[in-house]
Design a protein around this ligand. Structure first.
Ligand code: ZN
Length: 125
């Protein structure tokens, strides 16, 4: 989905827009340095239209109760695994993860991400 920066009209497809990037009139004067690249121009009000943020999808692979892998459909995802099984763990290794509604106790383990868009997508079908 794409949203107009001015009138908030939402568009499903690029071909619903007036002009498409990079063929937007006066584009260089209308862009902010380092800003998001627009998709096109709104046919209703002429303002720039930007892509909506898509959710990041994550697939956690568990086998025998243990996290085997964490897959994501795009890069830029960070993951930590909280292991609540603290039996035999030294007390200084146990951390509290404090949220608004819960406090969780366990040991935090860094976990790598495998970027696998097709596999993650398949899990959401
Ligand atoms: Zn508009």
């Amino acid at each position: 989905m794409f949203t107009c920066d001015n009138c908030d009209t939402r568009y499903e497809r690029e071909d619903q827009l007036q002009y498409l990037f990079p063929n937007i009139p006066n584009l260089l004067q209308r862009l902010d340095p380092g800003g998001t690249v627009p998709v096109g121009e709104c046919p209703k009000c002429g303002a720039l239209v930007y892509p909506e943020d898509q959710p990041v999808r994550v697939l956690v692979v568990v086998e025998g109760g243990l996290v085997q892998d964490v897959l994501a459909d795009k890069p830029g995802v960070e993951v930590k695994v909280l292991d609540k099984d603290v039996e035999g763990v030294e007390e200084q290794e146990i951390v509290a993860v404090v949220g608004e509604n819960y406090t969780l106790w366990g040991t935090l383990q860094r976990h790598d991400i495998t970027i696998a868009p097709v596999l993650v997508e398949a899990a959401y079908r």
